[in-house]
Design a protein around this ligand. Sequence first.
Ligand code: GLN
Length: 445
Amino acid sequence: AYQEQIAIQEPEVDAFLSLDLDAAHRRAMDQDDRRSRGETLGRLAGVPVALKDNLCTMEFPTTAASKILEGWTPPYNATVVDRILDQDGIVVGKTNLDEFAMGSSTENSAYKITKNPYDLERVPGGSSGGSAAAVASRMALVSLGSDTGGSIRQPASLTGVVGFKPTYGRVSRYGLLAFASSLDQIGPLTASVEDAALVAEAIMGHDPRDATSLQEVAPSLVASLAEGVRGIRVGILTNLVETATPQVQASVLRAAEVLTQSGASVAEISLDELAFGLAAYYVVAPAEASSNLARYDGVRYGLREAGSTVEEMMIATRTKGFGPEVKRRIMLGTYALSAGYYDAFYVTAQRVRTLVRTAFARAYADFDLLLCPTSPTTAFRIGERSSDPVEMYRSDVCTIPSNLSGDPAISIPAGVDADGLPIGVQLLGPALSEQLLFRGAYAVE
Ligand code: GLN
């Protein structure tokens, strides 16, 4: 059924950078054999999975949607990929993204533009736009994305699927092509909260190969979904609600109403510091990216252009291999880290990051979970924001704070606007509160 769906949808949606349906079919047949021999299969047996193309896979090339990695196939799998395979998930292909996950619309891919399945003239969000569109159009049942400033949750919101960013350190990043290491997390995009819980359980947990991986035992999520939210205190983040269109605001209020009817107590709270997160993020993330992307030097992976000296070769390779947004980030980040500017930009941004953390700590003294929009608007038109980077950056104002604090967050579909475009609402919780966060999400759904 999924093969047929891919044949119909993919020519229009362009969610994938690589597909291997024959291999997927062979794996499914093999699972049927194992089952008929009486073997117990993993929890993702038979489930078609799509992977964002910044996750290393031995069986598919991994490009991060960049020309600089064209034709590179990693010699190892990311830990999350191995964990999906251990549970018998069937990887169908690798999905499109903004180059190196830098963007909010998937228009920054060097290869193709992914369309929103709800309206092919609109973006699916980003940077995990291919992963979101693949699930929204049912070309895969679940997918994995990465979230540095909202790249799982914002595309989930714009395509009507569930998107979950775990607590920093819950999921191993071993084998994720690093963008901004103090912010990056991997998580699922799925058609339901229950599916997100199932995939999250499969990928969470300690990994000695990621130095930031937490020792804490991963919580069980699926089993506690139905425990409900009676007595849970939920805060509506009014200053983030105010960034959104009236229709998005109405969806947040409806979600609050559902939580109230389910026995939660809901009140308003304004955390003005959160709005500064956007500016801090766009210093910290490019700074880290400028360091992480130094490894793409034409020597070790992918593309190499000719040059009569090493320096000429590197310059030619990077000039041709990196797209305009990636170059912009490398320059912004290098500038912010330069002698003379470091204190003014980088150190100031880190201080704002601390302000965001302390604002959350204040809120979590009074509330168990926080509620706000995922994205201020529904899906915008292809090309509408691509000439104005700052306008594009604003798409992330509601998602960035929890990357800066390292806390978990989930986007849940919450109806459609007058044009039939999906709206998402976001629940946030303190570090390691995944179990409660999923109970809240299940109640909202
Ligand atoms: N849109 C944000 C950016 O461009 C977030 C991207 C992400 O989470 N990977 O940096």
